[in-house]
Design a binder for this molecule. Structure first.
Ligand code: ADQ
Length: 713
C-alpha cells in the first residue's frame, strides 16, 4: 500500500504545557477520523502548522517537536506575521468570503497574496523533503490552493490529490478574484481534485474552461498533456461515534414537558446564517402567540477566527439580535434564546441533538455542513426534524430534510411551523431515510472513495517513459536508412491562437533542412496542402497533408480519395449555421473535408456547441464516406479510413529504422501502424501507444538537433 502524506494548514494536534513539559494531544476532528484507517495502515505522515509554539520556552519547544514526530506529524512552523497575512488576511479574509459568495465581506484592499504564495511554497518544500517515490500526497483545503502545482514542479511523477472543503463558486463569481488564473493553475497540478458536490465540480470545470481555455470532457481535463480528473466526493461523518450515550448537559438542562426545543450549532461564522435564523424564530413567535412560553431555542456558537476583522463585528451583531429577541419575548420564567458562546464536548452535543425537536441548519452558503449529518446520526430514536438550507452542500444529499432558502425569513418561519406541525409518522419516515444515508456514506466511505479514485487515476494515466538521450544516439548511429516522421502543430511549434499564426521560424527551417540531408524526412500534418507547400515547399522533404489524404513525395501532390459535391454542400451549410450562432468560431474548408475551429469563441459556449455539432454530424454522415473527429478546439470532418497511418504504405523498407513524433490522438494512428522496432514519441504526458514521451516542443527540437549532429559524425 502506498504511503499516505496528508497536508493541511493545521495539524490535527493541540500543543499545551503541563508542569513545564510540552504535551501534544491528537485532536480528532472529522478529517483526522476519516483518514485514520489509511493513515495508520500505510504508516503515513501528516504535514501542517502545529499552531503557535512561540509561547513555549526553548526546551519545551524541542519537547513538542519530539512529541510531534512520535505522532508522525511534520510541523511547518509559521511566524506570527505569516499567520496574519497568509491565513487571516488572505485565506480567511479574501478566499473564504469570495468562495461563499459574500462579496461585501471581501476587503476593499485585499492583502496577503504574496504571503499566501510564499507559505504555499514553504509547504511544498516541506512535503518534497519528506516525499519518497510511490507515496500518495493528499492536500486539503483552501489555504493550500497553490500547493498541487508547486508540488508537481518539484515532484513531476508524484500522485497528488486535492480536496476542497468549501464551495467552489460559479465561475462568474470566481473570476472576480484577481489571482484566478494562478489559483486554477495551482489546483491543476493535482491528478485528482475533489469537491463536496457535483455542482462545485461543474463550477470548477466552467472556470477552467473560461479562464484558462482548457476544455474538460466529463470529469477530466488535459493540461499540457497531463490528465487531471475532478469529481464530487461528498464528505460524511464518523456516524458510529454519534450513536453512543450522551453526557448530561450543564445544570441538567432538558426540554420541559409540553415545551418545544429548537437547536442551532455552529462555528460563529457569518456564512452560517445565524442572524437570519434567529429572525425566523422571532417571526414564528410574532405570528403564533400560542407558542410563546413553549418555544425555546438553544444556539451554541463556538468562537472562531477572532483575529479576522469581519468576525469581531459579526459576533456583536449576533449578540444584539439574541438580546433583542429575548428582550421582546422572554418572560421571567422562560428565556427564548439560550445563547452559548463556546464549543461543547461531543458527548454534550449528542445530548442536545437528541433533546431537540427541530434542528435549524441554515447557512447562507456552506461547503457541506457536517452538523446536519451529526444531528441525523444522533437520532437513533428515529424522530426529530431537520430544517436545512438549500445552500449547504449537504442539501444535495438530504432531500428528506425541510429545505429552506435562508435569505427568505418568512419562508424559514413557514418551515419551522411545518416542522412543529409534522405528524410523527412523517417525521419518522423522513428521519429513517436520512439516517440510513448518513450512516452508510460516512467519513470512511469518503476517504476510501477519494483515495481509491486517486489510485486508479494514477494507474490509468501513466505516460510512456521519457525518451532517453542514448536511444536517440544509438538510433542515429545504427540506422542504415532512417525515416523520420514529424507532426507539425504542437510538436515542432507551439499552438497559436489562429492556425495561420503558427508559421515556422527560421531556426526550425534550418533544423529541418539540416535533418533532411541526413535522413528521409516527412511532415505528417492535419494542415491543408497549401500551408505545407508554402512553408516547406523548398526543402527536400516529403509532405503529408490533411492527415494523410494528400502526399507530396517528389513534386506533385497525390490524393487518396475525394469528396462528393452534394455532401460537401450539406456539411458546409451545417457548419455555417454553427458559425452564425458561435461568435469567434470559423470554418476551414479543405480539399476533402472541413474543420470547424472554436479556439477564439467563448470557451464554454464553444465547447458545448462542439458537443452538439459532433452528435449532429455523426448522424448526418451515417452511410457516407465521411467521419467526424474531435481535436484540440476543433471538430474535423474527414474521409473515413484515411488517417496518418496510411502514409506509411511502401515507405519503410527492410532494414530501415523509423522515428515518429506527434502530440495528439491523430498521431496515435501513425504510432500504431509503425513496426514494433520504430522509435515512437508522444509530446506531453498523456497515455499513448508511443514507446516514449518528450515533455514539449523545446525538448523535441533539442532532440532533433542531437539526432542531426549524431548522424553527421
Ligand atoms: P465548518 O465550517 O467548520 O467546516 P461544519 O461542516 O458544520 O462546518 O463542521 C463543524 C464541526 O464543528 C462539526 O463537527 C461540529 O460538530 C463542530 N461544531 C460546530 N459548532 C460547534 C459547537 N458550538 N460546539 C462544538 N462543536 C461544534 C468546513 C466547511 C464545511 C464542511 C467541513 C468539512 O465550511 O462546509 O462541511 O469543512 O469539509
Amino acid at each position: 500500500m502506498s504511503r499516505l502524506i496528508v497536508v493541511s494548514n493545521r495539524l490535527p494536534v493541540t500543543v499545551s504545557v503541563a508542569q513545564g513539559k510540552a504535551v501534544v494531544t491528537p485532536s480528532m476532528g472529522g478529517l483526522a477520523t476519516g483518514l485514520k484507517g489509511p493513515f495508520e495502515r500505510s504508516q503515513g505522515l501528516w504535514i501542517g502548522w502545529p499552531g503557535d509554539l512561540s509561547g513555549l520556552a526553548e526546551d519545551e519547544q524541542a519537547g513538542a517537536l519530539r512529541e510531534l514526530e512520535k505522532l508522525r506529524t511534520v510541523p511547518v512552523l509559521l511566524t506570527a506575521e505569516e499567520v496574519r497575512s497568509y491565513y487571516e488576511d488572505f485565506s480567511n479574509g479574501v478566499l473564504w468570503p469570495l468562495f461563499h459568495y459574500l462579496l461585501d465581506r471581501v476587503p476593499l484592499d485585499s492583502t496577503g497574496w504574496d504571503a499566501y504564495m510564499r507559505v504555499n511554497a514553504r509547504f511544498a518544500d516541506a512535503v518534497a523533503a519528506k516525499y519518497e517515490p510511490g507515496d500518495t500526497i493528499w492536500v486539503q483545503d483552501y489555504q493550500l490552493l497553490l500547493l498541487p502545482q508547486l508540488l508537481r514542479e518539484r515532484l513531476p511523477q508524484a500522485r497528488i490529490g486535492f480536496f476542497l472543503h468549501i464551495p467552489f463558486p460559479a465561475s462568474e463569481v470566481f473570476r472576480m478574484l484577481p489571482w484566478r488564473a494562478e489559483v486554477l493553475r495551482g489546483l491543476l497540478g493535482a491528478d485528482l481534485v475533489g469537491f463536496h458536490t457535483p455542482s462545485y465540480a461543474r463550477n470548477f470545470a466552467s472556470a477552467v474552461m473560461r479562464i484558462l481555455g482548457h476544455e474538460p470532457t466529463f470529469d477530466e481535463v488535459t493540461v499540457e498533456g497531463r490528465r487531471v480528473r475532478f469529481r464530487a466526493f461528498p464528505m460524511g461523518i464518523d456516524a458510529a461515534a454519534f450513536t453512543g450515550p450522551g453526557e448530561p448537559l450543564e445544570d441538567n438542562f432538558t426540554s420541559r414537558p409540553g415545551e418545544i426545543l429548537l437547536l442551532g450549532v455552529d462555528r460563529l461564522d457569518y456564512t452560517k446564517g445565524i442572524r437570519r435564523r434567529l429572525k425566523a424564530v422571532e417571526r414564528v413567535l410574532e405570528r403564533r402567540p400560542d407558542l410563546r412560553g413553549k418555544l425555546r431555542m438553544v444556539q451554541v456558537a463556538v468562537p472562531s477566527r477572532e483575529n479576522v476583522g469581519a468576525y469581531g463585528d459579526f459576533r456583536a451583531r449576533v449578540e444584539q439580535t439574541v438580546g433583542a429577541i429575548n428582550g421582546r419575548f422572554s418572560t421571567l420564567g422562560n428565556v427564548v434564546i439560550h445563547y452559548l458562546y463556546r464549543g461543547l464536548p461531543q458527548a454534550q452535543l449528542l445530548s442536545l441533538y437528541r433533546a431537540a425537536a427541530v434542528m435549524l441548519v441554515t447557512p447562507l452558503r456552506d461547503g457541506m455542513n457536517l452538523v446536519a449529518k451529526e444531528f441525523t446520526a444522533a437520532r437513533t430514536d428515529g424522530d426529530g426534524v431537520l430544517v436545512l438550507s438549500e445552500f449547504a452542500g449537504a442539501a444535495e444529499e438530504m432531500p428528506e430534510a425541510l429545505l429552506v432558502n435562508p435569505f427568505d425569513i418568512d419562508g424559514m418561519a413557514d418551515a419551522i411551523e411545518q416542522a412543529l406541525a409534522m405528524p410523527e409518522a412523517e417525521r419518522r419516515a423522513r428521519m429513517t431515510q436520512l439516517n440510513a444515508r448518513v450512516t452508510h456514506f460516512d467519513v470512511h466511505h469518503w476517504a476510501d472513495g477519494f483515495l481509491n479514485a486517486l489510485g486508479e487515476d494514477a494507474a490509468r494515466s501513466e505516460p510512456p517513459p521519457l525518451l532517453p538521450a542514448q536511444v536517440v544516439l544509438d538510433t542515429a548511429r545504427e540506422a542504415r536508412r532512417l525515416v523520420v516522421l514529424l507532426d507539425y502543430d504542437g510538436t515542432l511549434v507551439r499552438f497559436a491562437p489562429r492556425p495561420e499564426l503558427a508559421a515556422p521560424d527560421p531556426e526550425l527551417i534550418e533544423l529541418l533542412g539540416d535533418l533532411a540531408r541526413r535522413c528521409s524526412l516527412h511532415i505528417v500534418s492535419g494542415r491543408p496542402r497549401e500551408d505545407l507547400e508554402r512553408w516547406f515547399g523548398e526543402l527536400p522533404i516529403s509532405l503529408h497533408a490533411e492527415h494523410g489524404l494528400f502526399t507530396r513525395v517528389q513534386g506533385d501532390w497525390q490524393a487518396r480519395g475525394s469528396l462528393p459535391e452534394d455532401l460537401r454542400t450539406k456539411v458546409r451549410a451545417t457548419l455555417e449555421r454553427v458559425v452564425q450562432c458561435t461568435p469567434g468560431s470559423r470554418v476551414e474548408e479543405k480539399a476533402v473535408g472541413f474543420a470547424w475551429h472554436y479556439r477564439q469563441a467563448e470557451p464554454e459556449h464553444g465547447a458545448s456547441q462542439a458537443r452538439e455539432l459532433r452528435l449532429h454530424l455523426r448522424e448526418l454522415l451515417i452511410g457516407t464516406p465521411l467521419e467526424v473527429l474531435p481535436g484540440d478546439k476543433v471538430v474535423e470532418v474527414r474521409l473515413r479510413g484515411v488517417h496518418k497511418g496510411v502514409v506509411l504504405r511502401g515507405l519503410i523498407g527492410h532494414g530501415d529504422l523509423a522515428l515518429a513524433i506527434g502530440d495528439d490522438r491523430t498521431d496515435e494512428d501513425l504510432f500504431m501502424a509503425l513496426p514494433k522496432d520504430a522509435i515512437t514519441v508522444r509530446v506531453g504526458r498523456s497515455p499513448s501507444a508511443a514507446r516514449y514521451h518528450l515533455p514539449d516542443v523545446m525538448a523535441v527540437r533539442a532532440m532533433l538537433h542531437t539526432l542531426a549532429d549524431a548522424r553527421s559524425e
